[in-house]
Ligand binder design. Structure first.
Ligand code: GDP
Ligand code: MN
Length: 370
């Protein structure tokens, strides 16, 4: 999960990494309430890189100018992401820009510290064109990031004296952050020299999703929709699409082929929802609730190939929660006779053949649309 810059900077503060004083606003009027020293920098909070080049980062020397920029940036779209929040911070007087990151080297099975004196620009580009300008130090997980290693890194990018010590200290803090927060990446670009000290002017943190269960205090991810979040909490694999025919199946392969068949008959899937192998009555009920909560859904297609999953369990869930839209059910495999009986008794017609069922589901969605 990617964090916004303001969220990453809040983490930086907890680990003693210096940042500029600032605040987050969602409306230009909120600028009036801020007690910040001008000039300020206004920064679009979106989860894509290169905000500066896209016009999402602007300096303002007066409140009037700040307001003008805030109006321009809030609501603008950067690489398809609409700007809803602005970070307003006291502008740094940048003298030089460095790059510093801790990231996971999966091949080496170690975290690695990466630094460069060519900061503020795309580090991948630097690595491609002038690889000697990028220095790295792997960190032995049993020894941790040793102070001498951090100082070596600082010296390797050309730092001396107080700045070398400060850089090494920040690198160590960033390493602690990456370990304790279980981040895949903790990056400062640029780490700037300003007024003789070092300052994290930008912040990028990607948290390891697999470790989320150990960090209940993490902010909710903004990369997933409300329904995707509900599905994850119910242990269902769900992807939101933009059609009008909701689809539930058991097994990722089956659901994918269901999407294909539906598309082949001219239907437009509203989602991908996999209840998994061994789905129970409860899973199925939760799946229907989530699939149908999406606005604009006109019909539901349930495609179940019973194995460990029992068709009677699935049928019971459907019969107990009659969908608000027309439904086509394809049921085959374990206990299919029982399942079919339960559904027919509830007035729901079932299919054995997936294509036939798909054709009917597409027809139902089309009929509901007209
Ligand atoms: P990014 O484009 O998304 O990586 O956003 P950054 O926060 O890294 O900002 C891009 C560039 O804008 C930086 O490399 C700086 O050159 C400039 N910038 C950002 N904040 C400040 C600031 O406080 N003062 C000055 N002078 N320049 C800034
Ligand atoms: Mn940056």
């Amino acid at each position: 999960m990617k964090l916004h810059e303001y969220q990453a900077k809040a983490l930086f503060a907890r680990y003693g990494i210096p940042t500029q004083p600032g605040a987050v606003i969602t409306r230009p009027e909120e600028l009036d309430g801020l007690e910040l020293r001008y000039p300020v920098v206004l920064k679009a909070q979106v989860l894509v890189g290169g905000r500066g080049k896209a016009g999402g980062i602007r300096l303002a020397s007066t409140p009037a100018e700040a307001r003008q920029h805030a109006r321009a940036i809030l609501g603008m779209s950067i690489k398809g992401e609409v700007v809803r929040r602005l970070l307003v911070a006291e502008a740094a007087e940048i003298e030089r820009e460095y790059y510093l990151a801790i990231t996971l080297d999966r091949e080496a099975r170690q975290l690695v510290a990466i630094a460069s004196a060519a900061g503020g620009i795309d580090i991948e580009e630097v690595a491609r064109t002038t690889p000697e300008a990028v220095v790295t130090r792997h960190v032995d997980p049993f020894l941790g990031f040793q102070p001498f290693s951090a100082r070596e890194l600082a010296a390797a990018v050309g730092l001396r004296g107080d700045l070398l010590v400060a850089f090494a200290g920040i690198a160590t803090s960033l390493y602690r952050l990456a370990v304790h927060e279980e981040a895949e990446l903790a990056e400062i670009n640029p780490l700037a020299v300003a007024r003789g000290g070092l300052l994290a002017v930008d912040a990028k943190v990607i948290l390891d999703d697999s470790a989320a269960f150990r960090h209940p205090d993490r902010p909710p991810s903004e990369e997933e929709t409300e329904l995707e979040r509900a599905a994850r909490q119910a242990d269902l694999a769900y992807v939101e699409l933009d059609g009008d025919l909701a689809i539930i199946g058991n097994g990722a392969g089956l659901v994918m082929s269901t999407l294909d068949v539906v598309a082949q008959f001219g239907g437009r899937p509203a989602n991908f929802l996999d209840v998994g192998g061994g789905a129970t009555t409860e899973n199925m009920a939760a799946a229907m609730e989530i699939a149908l909560r999406k606005p604009g859904v006109r019909a539901l297609f349930i495609n179940i190939f019973g194995g460990i999953t029992r068709c009677d369990h699935i049928a019971r869930a459907i019969a107990a929660h009659p969908p608000r839209v027309p439904v086509a059910v394809r049921l085959t495999g374990t206990n299919e006779e029982d399942g079919r009986r339960i559904l027919e008794a509830a007035g729901i017609h079932t299919f054995v053949d997936a294509e036939e069922a798909a054709r009917e589901a597409v027809r139902l969605a089309r009929q509901a649309a007209s």
